[in-house]
Design a protein around this ligand. Structure first.
Ligand SMILES: Nc1ncnc2c1ncn2[C@@H]1O[C@H](COP(=O)(O)OP(=O)(O)OP(=O)(O)O)[C@@H](O)[C@H]1O
Length: 292
């Protein structure tokens, strides 16, 4: 199980790093085995920073991230369980090398004693698992493959490690509509096989399509989380409602657009910086926002 406990990330900015920006503040949530959780929020809300911290690409400033009790710093043991894929599949490949080099790197790092033929069989099996024809993708350079094929190749690479959690950060945003659905359906199949997925997206409909649970981020903090059908069907926090409502209204400021009559967080006695449980498993933050 993935567990984030009171995770905060501050980036040093400015010419001499004298200032800092709090990208993520006091975020806690879990992803249990076989569960797809979507992390949604507007641009700059901290989604990718959370994904990158889970993958050890950015260190946390405070708090902890563990998978089955293992911290990110456990290195190889952690990455055997947790892998990520990102928006731009082309950036994950070195254009100078054939795309299937990503498999060789996994073999060298994790399975040095597996024989050549056995390894080839394993690679081909994982390619078929992601509905790729080995004959069509092996031995090709990245530019000879489509974005959808490269994304699947990266998922196949993760499957070779028999991972438990896949962090998928905007992985369909550069794909055309039909390939996008193929990749989403593939994630849904992986879930049936017991894989957990943290699906990072700003596309609410895709999150709704795939995830059992949804975590809503605003300015680096969780404002609401719970079963997807409850968060989408009965959003409690005004920010969630705003996200779910259609197009922004240009003549209104955000606060004007969403009047806040009541605040479940206060009604239910939520603690400072925390979330109140409005109904089983459905949590909401203070809705008085900046005046609180
Ligand atoms: N390396 C960095 N140095 C300084 N600030 C950063 C860095 N990475 C992210 N930030 C800042 O942290 C905040 C959160 O960024 P992040 O990329 O996590 O948001 P996001 O929700 O993933 O946005 P998007 O949907 O546009 O990708 C933003 O204000 C961003 O400018």
């Amino acid at each position: 199980m993935l567990r984030l406990d009171d995770v905060t990330k501050e980036f040093r900015i400015g010419a001499f790093g004298g200032k800092s920006v709090a990208a993520v503040q006091g975020v806690s949530f879990e992803v249990v085995p076989g569960e797809v959780v979507s992390l949604i929020g507007e641009s700059g809300s901290g989604k990718s920073t959370i994904g990158r911290m889970i993958l050890g690409l950015n260190p946390v400033t405070s708090g902890s991230i563990t998978f089955d009790g293992l911290p990110v710093r456990a290195g190889k043991e952690y990455y055997r369980r947790v892998q990520g894929i990102f928006q731009d599949p082309f950036s994950s490949f070195n254009p100078v090398f054939k795309a299937d080099r990503v498999f060789t790197m996994i073999k060298e790092a994790y399975y040095p004693s597996v024989s050549g033929p056995e390894w080839t069989a394993k690679v081909e099996e994982s390619l078929r698992d992601v509905r790729l024809n080995p004959g069509q993708v092996l031995g090709k350079y990245p530019h000879q493959l489509s974005g959808g094929q490269l994304q699947r190749l990266l998922i196949a690479r993760a499957l070779l490690l028999d991972i438990k959690l896949l962090v998928a950060d905007e992985i369909t945003s550069m794909l055309d509509a039909s390939t996008r659905i193929d990749v989403l359906n593939l994630l849904a199949e992986l879930k049936i096989r017991g894989l957990s997925v943290l699906y990072i997206t700003h596309d609410l409909s895709l999150g709704n399509y795939l995830a059992e649970r949804t975590v809503v981020l605003r300015r680096g903090s969780v404002v609401e989380m719970g079963p997807t059908e409850r968060v989408f069907g009965d959003p409690l926090h005004p920010y969630t409602r705003e996200l779910l409502s259609a197009v922004p209204r240009l003549h209104e400021t955000w606060d004007d657009a969403v009047p806040v009559e009541t605040c479940l967080y206060h009604e239910r006695g939520g603690g400072a910086g925390g979330l109140a449980e409005a109904e089983p498993g459905h949590f909401v933050a203070c809705a008085r926002l900046d005046t609180c």
